[in-house]
Design a protein around this ligand. Structure first.
Ligand code: PBG
Ligand code: ZN
Length: 322
């Protein structure tokens, strides 16, 4: 008889044949930085995640360092929003200042700047709006400017999340021209228009004021089309690909892992986090088990790195296992 159970008999044997392991170095921790002073405010739909002003960030930076987390993804929330998101590409904007501060506190921390306009525009769209439409090519220039200001502030990587066509090549060109030839682009390549971003939009005050994001984010019915977007970003010079949401795009992640040889990052998004936290708070799920099972599924499907709001907890749980 074939006895699979031989290799399941003890924790020691199971550990030997284990195919997938999560390491702290796989984790990227997202942070929300708000303009202002003395702000530390919990985001109600994302328990355990806070808005920080720059002068209050250090306590979180200490936790990140103690947890052994090496990379963060930054989102900025400005006081002033306008039609063309001018604070996004202000050299002294909230994100640019946060990057400078973080690199001065811990120069080894990999600081990744999310590049988009939606946190900065009064209408909440990821691009410029003209006659009720989100216009592509004019937006590219602003995204490129944003990326250059972040690189200049010391960002180690830029992560365009806008889903405009041609964004990677526009940003690559601008970075190269400004001398940042070695700043990698971590491109959101397969990003679906998803209900799972709800809590993030509360956090970033970035819900679109009219319409939705379906004319630029992908239709979640289409897995084959996702592979074309991925190929476009590879051709345009992306260094790392992001796929999101994580739980509902495991098929796309697996395909990308089989059909490309790119480094792959999965984004375990705000709604996925909120679901787990809500169920755990009610005692309906064992939070640690569920989170580690999710993280393992991402890696098993081919992710090399994971952006997750659970990062501090995951790091602690990995440490406790040892
Ligand atoms: C901004 C951006 C979003 C997310 C990452 N970058 C929101 C959106 O596209 O509406 C979602 C992250 C999350 O839900 O955790 N373009
Ligand atoms: Zn956006």
């Amino acid at each position: 008889m074939i006895r699979r159970r031989r290799l399941r008999a003890s924790e020691g044997i199971r550990a030997l044949v284990r195919e997938t392991n999560i390491q702290v170095s796989d984790l990227i921790y997202p942070m929300f930085i708000v303009e202002g002073e003395n702000i530390k405010e919990e985001i109600s739909s994302m328990p355990g995640i806070y808005h920080y002003s720059i002068d209050r960030m250090d306590e979180e930076l200490d936790r990140i360092r103690e947890a052994g987390i090496r990379a963060v993804l930054l989102f900025g929330i400005p006081k002033h929003k306008d039609e063309c998101g001018s604070e996004a590409y202000n050299e002294h904007g909230v994100v640019q200042s946060a990057i400078r501060h973080m690199k001065s506190v811990n120069k080894d921390l990999v600081v990744i700047a999310d590049i988009c306009l939606c946190e900065y525009t009064s209408h909440g769209h990821c691009g410029l709006v003209k006659d009720g439409e989100i216009i592509n090519d004019e937006t590219l220039e602003l995204l490129a400017k944003t990326a250059v200001t972040c690189a200049k502030a010391g960002a180690d990587m830029v992560a365009p999340s806008d889903m405009m066509d041609g964004h990677v090549s526009a940003i690559r060109e601008a970075l190269d021209e400004a001398g940042y030839i070695n700043t990698p682009i971590m491109a959101y390549s397969a990003k679906m228009a998803s209900g799972y971003y709800g809590p993030f939009r509360d956090a970033a005050h970035s819900a679109p004021g009219f319409g939705d994001r379906k004319t630029y984010q992908m239709d979640f019915h289409n897995g084959r089309e996702a592979m074309r977007d991925i190929q476009d970003d590879i051709d345009e010079g992306a260094d790392i690909l992001i796929i999101k949401p994580a739980l509902t795009l495991l098929d796309v992640l697996k395909n990308a892992s089989l059909h490309t040889n790119m480094p792959l990052c999965v984004y375990n998004v705000s709604g996925e986090y909120a679901m787990v936290k809500a169920a755990a708070a009610n005692g309906w799920l064992d939070e640690k088990r569920i989170v580690m099972e999710n993280m393992t599924a991402f890696k098993r499907a081919g992710a090399h790195m994971i952006i997750t709001y659970h990062a501090l907890d995951v790091a602690r749980w990995i440490r406790e296992e040892r």
